[in-house]
Design a protein around this ligand. Structure first.
Ligand SMILES: Cc1ncc(C[n+]2csc(CCOP(=O)(O)OP(=O)(O)O)c2C)c(N)n1
Length: 225
């Protein structure tokens, strides 16, 4: 069997129903050498300080938990499309704290209009980082619009973000980190990661408990008022 035929069989077994052409195989192999999502999220959170972190449902939540649980992590288990807006609310309510939203490309696409509102409100302390694997990982790795040419950075810029950065290397991520940690927001980044699945790491799943834990860490005794 030729190398091409062997690779085609491999990718067909992985994604049955897709036509695997030579170009498709070449692109899939390029993709599998892309960034490791766990390393990306660990790097984003390494110097988080007292930042408030909101995670979109699915893999970004698992990545964030895998990097280390934290009382100031607000894990969204549902509310698909709501991560950026949850981040905006927090950023406006807590202007002295940096707010970092880590979400997936599918989740961001579902709440894409929120970028317009965020750009209009322009909170300096808000960062939106999309962990873009080009797929809907949680529901079975269907190809997302981002794998079909939809450009999140272009949309963010069109919405009015002054800073919107495409990132596809660890060096690029390191270059962007000072902006991510700064207070010149709102800041947007579209971080292209490998579509390879990472092992599921499930944090606390009780929404009320997550909220209470987060509010108590943020507000202390005022959380219960
Ligand atoms: C309103 C709504 N529609 C669909 C779903 C099902 N769903 C859960 S996660 C998900 C895909 C998330 O994809 P993405 O944000 O790109 O994350 P990743 O691929 O990294 O897991 C979908 C479609 C949902 N939870 N809510």
């Amino acid at each position: 069997m030729s190398r091409y035929a062997a690779l085609r069989n491999f990718f067909r077994a992985l994604h049955p129903g897709e036509l695997w052409t030579f170009k498709g195989i070449h692109m899939a192999m390029k993709k599998s050498s892309a960034l490791d999502r766990r390393k990306v999220v660990a790097a984003l959170l390494a110097d988080r300080g007292d930042a408030l972190v909101v995670t979109g449902l699915g893999s970004p939540t698992y990545d964030t938990y895998a990097a280390g649980d934290h009382d100031l992590n607000f894990y969204l288990w549902g509310a698909m499309g709501g991560a950026a807006m949850a981040g905006l609310g927090l950023a406006l309510a807590q202007p002295k704290r940096r707010v970092l939203v880590l979400t997936g490309d599918g989740e961001m696409l579902m709440g894409i209009g929120s970028l317009a509102t965020i750009a209009c409100e322009a909170p300096k302390n808000l960062v939106i980082a999309v962990i873009n694997n080009g797929h809907y990982g949680e529901t079975g790795m269907q190809r997302a619009h981002t794998a079909r040419g939809v450009d999140l950075v272009g949309i963010a810029k069109g919405a009015g973000f002054k800073s919107a950065t495409p990132i596809d290397s660890m060096a690029g991520l390191q270059r962007w980190l000072p902006e991510c940690h700064g207070r010149t927001g709102p800041v947007f980044a579209d971080i292209k990661v490998s579509a390879d699945p990472a092992p599921m790491r499930l944090p606390l799943r009780d929404g009320t408990a997550i909220k209470h834990r987060f509010r108590t860490a943020l507000l202390g005794s005022k959380a219960l008022e």
